[in-house]
Design a protein around this ligand. Structure first.
Ligand code: SF4
Length: 436
């Protein structure tokens, strides 16, 4: 899909140089991965990606539609870009991502400054148009900025076949389409050659991955990725609880590169609420899965997503969620207040939990989880952890990175970016570790 204004004139870039692109992105890891992919495609046809807005000729907005707040933020960004565009002739704005899939050409009517709206899943028409418009200024592929990237996202499955009643993803990202295992492994090999040491295999429902060629599942894909020389770590996001199979758990335990981390969104601790959300599991089965995962993978970190204030959520149902959070003892909980999305099944239900109640419930989960995270992190004092150094603090230059379980750790020694350090935890707070 490509929608553009018919009267768009060829673009005259300023100065004697290749046209430049500023990419702005919001939302989930899939958008991060899509943005990186777009940068590569721009470089292939001769535009320089990843420049500051002030130097850019084309601004691309990769949007999120999962919450109303995200759409509002994208609208405000487009407003800022409209002013940027007026400052100099020849500038253009393109919008893609989930809002483009959801609203299509209506975005051109809503935002007069936008020149192109395209589907990030099918960008060929957009790139063909850009190639035509900038033809006079293109001189073949340009190099991507030097790879200082240690960690990268690799999409392995697009879309989702579940129909959780609150979720817009199946409508904007479509049905599940797994990528061939060989393509994913080739992508990982290419990233490793550019210096990447850790990959996160991505999908909205990543553990329903099925290789379209050989029929293998996510465990088989992880085994193939594990064999890529030079890769140190792999993770995967986001899983559906009903697809967390024993085989997948065994793969996390057995593969040297597989990190001991499982993100398993529960959304609610109440069966009646899960039924209204059309989450196809119950609290008891979820708890059994967590138990099995912890038994299979020593030292496993478990995180989850929770929605508070879903349609009709009672105080009793919410208390069940608090009980679940306290009982499981997650390492990290991402909590959001329910936000109705047009077109979803829940849109037809009354959004009847008042905002003040949603906010109060959100804070109660956060307070509880803060004490749990702190206790779990403090229990690690004295333990040995492996840290992949990702950078240095702006204030004191101390190196920081992530453990295999995904915890942020600050090191009390010198270490270079890209170094893998084995060290001992000396201190902890709710959100980070200190290490020797
Ligand atoms: S499994 Fe996840 S992406 Fe799929 S419909 Fe449910 S919440 Fe949305």
């Amino acid at each position: 899909m490509l929608e553009s204004r018919p009267a768009r004139r060829p673009i005259v870039v300023s100065g004697d140089r290749a046209p430049r692109v500023h990419l702005w992105q919001q939302g989930c890891q899939m958008n991060t991965s899509d943005t990186a992919q777009l940068a590569e495609q721009f470089a292939e046809i001769g535009l320089v990606p990843g420049v500051a807005l002030v130097d850019a000729d084309l601004a691309v907005v990769v949007t999120c539609a999962v919450r109303q707040h995200a759409e509002d933020k994208a609208a405000s960004r487009i407003g800022e870009l409209a002013r940027w565009k007026r400052e100099r002739g020849g500038r253009a704005i393109a919008v893609t991502g989930c809002m483009a899939a959801e609203h299509g050409p209506a975005l051109l009517a809503r935002f007069p400054a936008v020149d192109y709206v395209f589907d990030v899943r099918e960008p060929d028409g957009f790139f063909a148009r850009i190639r035509d418009l900038y033809a006079g200024a293109l001189e073949g592929p340009v190099p991507l900025p030097a790879g200082d990237q240690l960690c990268a996202y690799v999409p392995v499955i697009h879309g989702c076949n579940e129909m959780c009643t609150y979720c817009i993803v199946p409508f904007v990202r479509g049905r599940e389409r797994s990528r061939p295992q060989g393509d994913v492994v080739a992508d990982v090999g290419r990233l490793v050659a550019r210096g990447v040491r850790e990959v996160t295999l991505l999908g909205q429902n990543v553990n329903s991955y099925v290789d379209p060629d050989a029929g293998g599942g996510l465990a088989d894909l992880m085994a193939a990725v594990d064999r890529v020389p030079g890769l140190w770590r792999q993770r995967f996001l986001t899983s559906h609880p009903r697809n967390a199979s024993p085989r997948l758990l065994a793969a996390i335990a057995a593969l040297p590169t597989a990190c001991e981390q499982l993100h398993l969104p529960v959304q609610s601790g109440s069966d009646s609420c899960l039924r209204r959300m059309k989450r196809e599991y119950r609290v008891a089965t979820y708890l059994r899965t967590i138990e099995a995962a912890r038994a299979a993978v020593p030292g496993l970190a478990v995180s989850t997503d929770i929605i508070v204030g879903f349609c009709g959520e009672t105080e009793v149902e919410f208390s069940a969620t608090l009980d679940l959070v306290a009982g499981v003892g997650f390492d990290v909980v991402h909590v959001q207040a329910y936000s109705p999305r047009p077109g979803t099944a829940a849109w037809r239900r009354a959004d009847d939990v008042p905002l003040a109640v949603k906010r109060d419930r959100l804070q109660r989960i956060l307070r509880l989880q803060r004490s749990i995270s702190e206790a779990r992190n403090r229990a690690l004092i004295g333990a040995e952890v492996e840290v992949l150094v990702e950078g240095h603090g702006a204030d004191d230059g101390r190196p920081y990175g992530r453990t295999r379980q995904g915890r942020v750790a600050w090191l009390d020694r010198s270490a270079s970016v890209g170094e893998l350090v084995r060290t001992t935890v000396t201190g902890a707070s709710a959100w980070q570790l200190l290490a020797a």
